[in-house]
Ligand binder design. Sequence first.
Ligand SMILES: [Zn+2]
Length: 233
Amino acid sequence: MANSETGSPDTTLITLFAFSTYISILEWMKTQLKFSFMLAVLILLSVGLFWDQAYACDETVIIDSVEYSVTELWCGRVLDSTAIAKPEQLVQLPQELTYEDYRIYVLPVTREAFVNMAATALEDSVVLLADSGWRSLSFQRRIIRNRMAAGDSFDKVLNSVAPPGYSEHHTGRAIDLCPSEARFAFTETYLWLVAHAAEFGFYETLPQDPKAPLTWESWHWTYLPVTDSLSIK
Ligand SMILES: [Zn+2]
């Protein structure tokens, strides 16, 4: 009986003790959770920094005295300086083979192969017209400068334009065919090139490939590419 009389305050004490312990455990868990959360954030930040450092491109180009970092898309694709053709190495393509009689320059080997290929294509009633050939580094800078003047950021321009020193057009081996736009892929000319260009040493170096980092340019064909920097395969 005595026990039952004093039992009630004991139970209250035990309940209070249990409750406060429970609250303490909850508090401790909250601290732990906060700690775990902060630890997770720190780990993620460290991984992010490491990733950025590991994959940051240290290649830069200069446009109008401003140094820009090359975007990831182009990183590691810079042409070897020996692959860049000098103006004195170039010859003009016959103007009847160029769009609106453009003056287009390429290496002599490219010219010879293109003239042969165009003649054979014509026998199949396919007309090959060049739209662009060799480009200087300053021309490539001008393209980027104009796009930036129109409001695009350097990084955005690089989504569709090669930085100076990175374009296969610098080699004097690449030729853009007319029309140099997406609809070229649906022309008879494109189908003819796919079937026959390799016989003349021309290759589609920016082919359609869902895994390819660079955009498909069906109109861009290169005579015996000297570098695999643009090759996606
Ligand atoms: Zn091109």
